[in-house]
Design a protein around this ligand. Structure first.
Ligand code: PLP
Length: 407
């Protein structure tokens, strides 16, 4: 499961200079879009405007867990669209209550807060953790610690907890009271104190930062340390949660339970939705007015999410994700042994990273030319995130393409 350790990224004050770009679109250029216009999707394939089909190992960056055109999802969405679309959070709705009940029944959580994205979920979790820590530890207990290699989003506090110098430097000063520490228990134990630390945020599988599956022993030590010092352990399962690792939640693998957990990406089948799951202890510290969002947990997204979580919790689906993961592990290890371009592979279930000797971006372009869509995770890592409903034949087809390009 483990491979090469990539060079540690350091935050510096070097601000990348904007490059002159032609205005190719009315959409702001925050993404380096590839020259491909997608018009439809079917199962694990996307179809471009020239009719070309692409096998999709990106799933909308871990969003489209059920692939494209899932008939059940479409039927639920059609029915939901005929009903209430939005109601203010000043009122209760059955879909939101029902979804929250389902999540509580299937997790460690006692209550849930709904929002609209992963970054928003993490921002909410930081506020809830600080509110709780202040209640028992006073105002000095407000520091938030994140790990080397982390990605938690692009808003001010989530960006401050994200270990990507390039994303951070142009926007300083970032939110204060947030520190990034090496993935090392001794270093963390030296920095986190019962008096000053409110929360530690951890991705059980670091996605954007290079697909690093955190060691079970390390996760357990973090749980003990945070519990001893009454520090909230926040697990960010925005990318690795909801079936991607072969269990409904990635924390199940380590046999630990967090105090807070954040979800988003696949939660509402492609509609924007995030969630923060809280223990009763943390939830008890939150009062009306402490946090809010206009759209979070509306009836339409909640109805769709209720359907999606049920599908993603299906034991047959989770079994197949684990089996695909074992197969990919063997295939990718073989590829690493055969290819001088591959320096190591890491992953679990249907989230995999391939460290490459050359820059990853041109490899993504080359495999796209052969009809396969993949992602990067940093400059020298390829990332595979196929839909969880993918078949073995489709996985094998994608692996053959990768093999062609990498050997
Ligand atoms: N947390 C993790 C682990 C993520 O992978 C991402 C997005 O890639 C986020 C948070 C941010 O989510 P969003 O883009 O929905 O704000």
């Amino acid at each position: 499961m483990t491979g090469l350790t990539l060079p540690v990224m350091r935050d510096t004050d070097v601000v990348p200079q904007p490059t002159a770009r032609h205005r190719q679109s009315a959409i702001l250029g925050t993404y380096a879009r590839v020259p491909l216009t997608i018009v439809s999707g079917e199962g694990a394939e996307l179809i471009a405007d020239d009719g070309r089909r692409y096998l999709d190992f990106t799933s909308g960056i871990a969003v489209n867990a059920l692939g494209y055109g899932d008939p059940g999802l479409q039927a639920v969405l059609r029915d939901a669209a005929a009903g209430l679309i939005h109601v203010s959070n000043l009122f209760r709705t059955e879909p939101a209550e029902d979804l929250a009940e389902w999540i509580v029944a299937h997790s460690f959580a006692s209550q849930v807060f709904f929002c609209n994205s992963g970054a928003e979920a993490n921002e909410g979790a930081f506020k809830f953790a600080r509110r709780w820590a202040r209640a028992h530890g006073g105002p000095a207990k407000h520091e938030i610690v994140a790990l080397r290699g982390s990605f938690h989003g692009r808003l001010f506090a989530s960006l401050a907890a994200t270990d990507r110098p390039r994303y951070r430097a142009p926007f300083r000063p970032l939110a204060g009271g947030i520190t990034i520490v090496e993935r090392d228990v001794d270093r963390l134990a030296a920095i986190m104190t019962a008096e000053t630390t409110a929360a530690l945020i951890v991705e059980p599988v670091q996605g954007e930062g290079g697909v690093r599956v955190l060691d079970i022993g390390f996760l357990r030590e973090l749980r003990s340390l945070t519990r001893e010092r009454r520090i909230a352990l926040i697990l960010d399962e925005v990318q690795c949660g909801l079936g991607r690792t072969g269990s409904l939640f990635a924390y199940e693998r380590a046999g630990i339970e967090p105090d807070l957990l954040t979800l988003a990406k696949p939660l509402a089948g492609g509609l924007p939705m995030g969630a923060v799951l809280l223990t009763a202890d943390i939830a008890a510290a939150i009062e009306p007015g402490d946090h809010g969002t206009t759209f979070g947990g509306g009836p339409l997204v909640s109805t769709v999410a209720r359907y999606v979580v049920e599908r993603l919790a299906d034991p047959a689906l989770l079994d197949s994700v684990r089996e695909h993961g074992a197969w990919l592990s063997a295939e990718l290890s073989r590829l690493a042994a055969e290819s001088s371009h591959v320096r190591g592979v890491r992953g679990i279930g249907l989230i995999w990273g391939i460290d490459t000797a050359m820059r990853a971006a041109p490899i993504v372009d080359a495999v796209r030319e052969l009809g396969l869509l993949i992602l990067t995770a940093g400059d020298h890592t390829l990332r595979l995130l196929p839909p969880l409903t993918i078949t073995r034949a489709e996985l094998a087809r994608g692996m053959a393409t990768l093999q062609t390009v990498l050997t």
